[in-house]
Design a protein around this ligand. Sequence first.
Ligand SMILES: *Cc1c(COP(=O)(O)O)cnc(C)c1O
Length: 415
Amino acid sequence: MFKASANICPLEKRVFLSSPTMHGEEKEFVNKAISDNWVTTAGENIDALESMVAEYAGTKYAVALSSGTAALHLCMKMAGVRRDEKVFCSDMTFDATVNPVVYEGGIPVFIDTEYDTWNMDPSGLEEAFRIYPDVKVVVLAHLYGVPAKMDEILEICRKHGAVVIEDAAEALGASYMGADGDMHMCGSLGDYNAVSTNGNKIITGSSGGLFLTNSEEDAVKVRKWATQAREAAPWYQHEELGYNYRMSNIVAGIARGNMLHIAEHIEAKKQIYERYKDGFRDLPVSVNPYDKEKSIPNYWLSCLLIEKEAMCKQVRGEKEALYISEGGKSCPTEILEKLAENNAEGRPIWKPMHMQPLYRNCPFITAKSNNTYSRDSVLDVGADIYERGLCLPSDNKMMKQDQDRIIEIVKSCFG
Ligand SMILES: *Cc1c(COP(=O)(O)O)cnc(C)c1O
């Protein structure tokens, strides 16, 4: 089957999925650190970044760390996860959400996804507590900067006496309506919270992450563990196992400068999302959804989901994918291939953890209502979104005319 190939020339400059956007202040803070010889894991940039992010996210304290993964690992330590202890985890997420469970010897139990926000399904979580009533720790991500159904999830966790680790790595700047009717920032909603300033996130320091909390005691503990757990003594004195997880003052300088522009970044991402939504209105696809009543995303990545009837045949192995082109239909593999040919970077939806070779043997819980493997729903929700969805180029330096062409490329796939 041949499709009229779109009359589009490849984009002149590569459009990335999401790349760092520097403004100038980053360089000034870095230069100052270098001229002052504060080239270490302490200094003014770290202190300033910690206050900025804490104030922005609405928490009392922030501890700057070497990565979001390090922040999540220390969250896991704070939650007291022990060897062979089960931890309920988001399933459709980046594996850095889950790996820290295993660093501590815990066993991840994956909870299926819901269609409204593409995050942990509260009814799946409910089902998981029915099967494993003793679980005390839940770690959940806000995928692509879209807040999860936090009111339901927090209520279920409270009912079962479990603590919540919030992986807000992708969601700095997104917010959710609390029980008090006010909007609260992602990164302040859990008992232990982590954000990331890795190179592809909404704000970057090249790498890095922060632990966010309202507890002074927790902040002090995390800061101590992150600096090799040194005791207050004239020599290197150790009573606990520590880590070298502190952020560098150079990285903090970049993140500090970049953080001044978070509102602009979110606005640019929002416009990208809205333009895709508008551009695809005549196609059998939808963009990644969010709860308009209760949440404001940071629009970190725009994604699309193809309607079931508009999917051409696609087969994915462990490392390769094939599809059969069909008129009027398409699939993520075809769209990603066409985008790549045209110098634009998309990406498959993060492959669910229960489908990963690393985690295939861990328990996976779907909501009871989704447990009907009928002829037309053989997939769990995560596998289904993975099969039919993809992440679109969402770089906030993308020009409008570039995005128009990307929209044309996607349209041509359904030609
Ligand atoms: C990026 C990311 C992390 C890890 O953050 P790093 O700073 O890269 O270590 C964790 N969870 C999710 C969902 C992420 O996207």
